[in-house]
Design a binder for this molecule. Structure first.
Ligand code: DAT
Ligand code: MG
Length: 152
């Protein structure tokens, strides 16, 4: 069975505010493995598919306009439990409700500018990874310290 993967994106506000290194570092330090990484200005079509689940919500058009407004840093991270762990690292959707220590809790105040996206489940992760990345853009590799990363 292949290891769990999730899709993470630093939104345009995170890129514009110079938070890319800070955010990447949190995932690295946690111990997850970086499988894919690129900066892209998403098309309206890509953004609409990505947020398709919210298409009937009143904030949908603002959300798509915002996410297409500049560069997004799109990533795939791998590791045991990475989907739910990444959501914990990210924190609650409303940054003022996100716990200190989380990315949103530490770095954001506004729900419409909450810095980062993370897949919310296995099906979403698979859908979003395939939406944002070609398989040739994903690297399968073995970290030199793999042996002591494993859970006992
Ligand atoms: P999350 O990003 O935590 O998965 P979500 O999937 O419910 O949250 O919503 C997607 C994004 O849409 C969210 O990061 C910010 C925006 N959003 C959600 N609810 C909103 C609201 N009530 N007003 C404005 N933007 C909202
Ligand atoms: Mg979501």
């Amino acid at each position: 069975m292949s290891a769990e993967r999730t899709f993470i994106a630093i939104k345009p506000d995170g890129v514009q505010r110079g938070l890319v290194g800070e955010i990447l570092g949190r995932f690295e330090r946690k111990g997850f493995k970086l499988i894919g990484l690129k900066q892209v200005v998403p098309s309206t079509q890509l953004a609409s598919k990505h947020y398709g689940v919210h298409k009937d919500r009143p904030f949908f058009s603002d959300l798509v306009a915002f996410i297409t407004s500049g560069p997004v840093v799109a990533m795939v991270w791998e590791g045991d439990g990475v989907i739910s762990s990444a959501r914990k690292l990210i924190g609650a959707t409303k940054p003022l409700e996100a716990e200190p220590g989380t990315i949103r809790g530490d770095l954001a105040v506004n729900i419409g500018r909450n810095v980062i996206h993370g897949s919310d489940g296995l099906d979403t992760a698979n859908f979003e990874i395939a939406l944002w990345f070609e398989s040739s853009e994903l690297a399968d590799w073995t970290p030199a310290d793999q042996i002591w990363r494993k859970e006992e």
